[in-house]
Design a protein around this ligand. Structure first.
Ligand SMILES: *[C@@H]1O[C@H](CO)[C@@H](O)[C@H](O)[C@H]1NC(C)=O
Ligand SMILES: *[C@@H]1O[C@H](CO)[C@@H](O)[C@H](O)[C@H]1NC(C)=O
Ligand SMILES: *[C@@H]1O[C@H](CO)[C@@H](O)[C@H](O)[C@H]1NC(C)=O
Length: 439
C-alpha cells in the first residue's frame, strides 16, 4: 500500500510540474490524501441540477469527449448576463479499482480555469445551455469534476462523476428516443401510450424522458414503461432553480430559460446515450418519426446510411395531423379507451399540406457520436454531414392543434399510415392501458 501511494505521489508530483509549466491557469493543486477530507467518497449531487458555487449558473453532468482529445465537458446552464471566470476541480479517485472505501482517500485534485462555450441557440433567454470545458493533463485519470466560481473554497464541493470514460463500438440499443421535457399537468396519457407502442413496432428499444412534472394518468403510464424497462425517467426539477418559460421565444413568453431547459436536456440525452445507442431520435412526446417506405427504423437507416455513409444527422420534416379532424368511419373510436385522458392518434388521419412560404421545422435522427452540440430543429456543431430526408421516405406524424385551422377535410390529405400497425398495435395499447392502471 505504502509503495503504491509513494509511486502515485511521485507521478502526481511530475504531473504538477508539467501542469505548472504548461497551463498558466493552474491555480492550486490540492492533496486530499491528507486528512483534510472527512470521507472516502466525493460528495455526489442530490439532484440532476446543481448550483455552481459563487454564481447563478447551474451544472448538470460531465462527460469525457474522446473526439476532442479527452476534454471533459460539463453540460451547464450559464447566465449570459453574469459571465465570470469559472474553475474546474478535477479529481482522480486514486484507488477506484481496489480499496477506495477502507483506504479513506479520494486521490488527487487539481483546480484550474475552465473554458466556457455558450451554445449559439438561446432564443433570447438569459440562461443558456453551455459546455464548460476542463482540459488538463490530469484528464486521463480524472473520475470526478466540479465547477466553481470560488477556486479557493473547495472543501465541500459537489462532484459530478465523469461519464463516457471509454469509447465503445457496439451499443446496447439501436434506436433511442430522447424526449426533452415533461412539465405542467401534462396528462395526455392515451397519446403517450399509443406513441410508445408505435415506437416499439418501429424498432425503438429505449425512450428517455426528462420529467419536471406531469398529470396523474401520464404518471401511471411513465411508471408502467419504466417498470417494463423501455423508459428511463430523468428527474428534471428545473423549476426549483429557475423560472422556466412556457414558450419558445423570450420576447413572447419571458422567463429565465427556453421552455423547461429543452436544449440542455437534449444535449444531456445525447451525451448520456452516446455509447449506449447507435442512433437517437430527438423529438417531442407527441411526434413520431415514421418511415414511409421501410418497415422499421433499422431498414430505413440501413438504406439512408448506405446512400449517405458520411452523414450523421438526418433531418425529418414535421407534418401536422390536426386533432380537430376525425376519421369519419370511427373505426378506432374504441369505447374502452374513452375513459383514458388524451388524444387517440388513430382517429386523426388528416394531414395539413405544406405551405410554400412557411418554414416547416424538422426534427432530428442522429448518430450521437457525430454531433457535438444540438438544438431542437438542427444540430449546432457536428463532425459528419447533414442529410435532409425526403418527405416520401420518412416524415413526422404530429397529432396536435392545427396550424392551418381554417382548412376543411377536403383540403387536407388522408394519411392512414398508423393504421398499417393495427394488428399488433391495438392489443399492445390495450395491455399498456390496462396494466398501467389508467383503464
Ligand atoms: C459547506 O459546508 C458548510 C459547513 O460544513 C455548510 O454550512 C455550507 O452550507 C456548505 N456549503 C455548501 C454549498 O454545501
Ligand atoms: C415526475 O416528476 C414529478 C415532480 O417531481 C413527480 O411527482 C413524479 O413522481 C415524477 N414521475 C416519475 C414517473 O418519475
Ligand atoms: C385487462 O386486465 C384484466 C385483468 O388483469 C383482464 O381480465 C382484461 O382482459 C384485460 N383487458 C384487456 C383489454 O387487455
Amino acid at each position: 500500500m505504502m509503495q503504491r501511494k509513494l509511486a502515485l505521489l511521485v507521478g502526481i508530483g511530475a504531473l504538477t510540474v508539467l501542469l505548472m509549466l504548461r497551463w498558466e491557469h493552474v491555480m492550486t493543486l490540492v492533496n486530499l490524501m491528507s486528512s483534510k477530507r472527512p470521507s472516502a467518497e466525493p460528495e455526489l449531487p442530490k439532484d440532476t441540477i446543481t448550483p455552481i458555487p459563487g454564481s447563478r449558473h447551474l451544472m448538470v453532468s460531465a462527460f469525457k469527449d474522446h473526439r476532442l482529445g479527452g476534454a471533459i465537458r460539463v453540460i451547464s446552464i450559464i447566465c449570459r448576463q453574469e459571465l465570470q471566470p469559472l474553475y474546474c476541480v478535477l479529481c482522480a479517485n486514486a484507488n477506484a479499482d481496489v480499496d477506495a472505501k477502507d483506504d479513506g482517500v479520494m486521490g488527487q485534485c487539481a483546480s484550474f480555469q475552465a473554458k466556457v462555450h455558450l451554445h449559439s441557440d438561446d432564443f433570447g433567454f438569459p440562461f443558456v445551455t453551455s459546455d464548460v470545458f476542463c482540459m488538463s493533463l490530469m484528464l486521463q485519470q480524472a473520475t470526478h469534476v466540479s465547477i466553481t466560481a470560488n477556486p479557493y473554497v473547495i472543501h465541500n464541493l459537489t462532484f459530478l462523476s465523469i461519464q463516457n470514460q471509454e469509447v465503445k463500438e457496439s451499443f446496447r440499443y439501436s434506436f433511442t428516443v430522447c424526449i426533452s421535457n415533461l412539465f405542467g399537468e401534462y396528462n395526455n396519457a392515451l397519446q403517450f401510450a399509443q406513441t410508445m407502442e408505435v415506437y416499439k413496432l418501429l424498432g425503438v428499444q429505449r425512450v428517455v424522458i426528462y420529467n419536471t412534472s406531469c398529470g396523474p394518468d401520464v404518471e401511471k403510464i411513465l411508471k408502467y414503461y419504466r417498470k417494463e424497462g423501455m423508459l428511463e425517467v430523468v428527474p428534471w426539477p428545473i423549476d426549483k432553480f429557475l423560472t422556466p418559460s412556457t414558450g419558445w421565444k423570450y420576447d413572447l413568453h419571458h422567463g429565465d430559460i427556453h421552455y423547461y431547459g429543452q436544449l440542455t436536456t437534449l444535449n444531456e440525452c445525447m451525451y448520456r446515450y452516446m455509447y449506449q445507442s447507435k442512433y437517437l431520435l430527438l423529438n417531442d412526446i407527441d411526434e413520431i418519426i415514421m418511415p414511409y417506405k421501410h418497415a422499421n427504423l433499422e431498414k430505413l437507416m440501413g438504406t439512408l446510411q448506405e446512400q449517405h455513409p458520411n452523414a450523421g444527422v438526418f433531418k425529418i420534416k414535421n407534418h401536422i395531423f390536426p386533432k380537430t379532424q376525425f376519421d369519419d368511419s370511427g373505426r378506432f373510436r374504441l369505447a374502452r379507451w374513452r375513459s383514458v385522458p388524451g388524444v387517440n392518434i388513430l382517429e386523426h388521419v388528416y394531414r395539413e399540406p405544406d405551405r410554400k412560404h412557411v418554414f416547416n421545422p424538422t426534427k432530428l435522427l442522429i448518430n450521437p457520436r457525430s454531433v457535438e452540440q444540438t438544438s431542437v430543429h438542427t444540430t449546432l456543431k457536428q463532425f459528419g454531414l447533414v442529410f435532409n430526408v425526403p418527405f416520401d421516405v420518412c416524415r413526422i406524424i404530429h397529432v396536435r392543434v392545427p396550424l392551418q385551422g381554417k382548412l376543411s377535410k377536403d383540403q387536407l390529405f388522408v394519411d392512414k399510415k398508423l393504421w398499417e400497425f393495427e394488428e399488433l398495435l391495438i392489443p399492445s395499447i390495450d395491455r399498456a392501458l390496462n396494466e398501467s392502471g389508467v383503464l
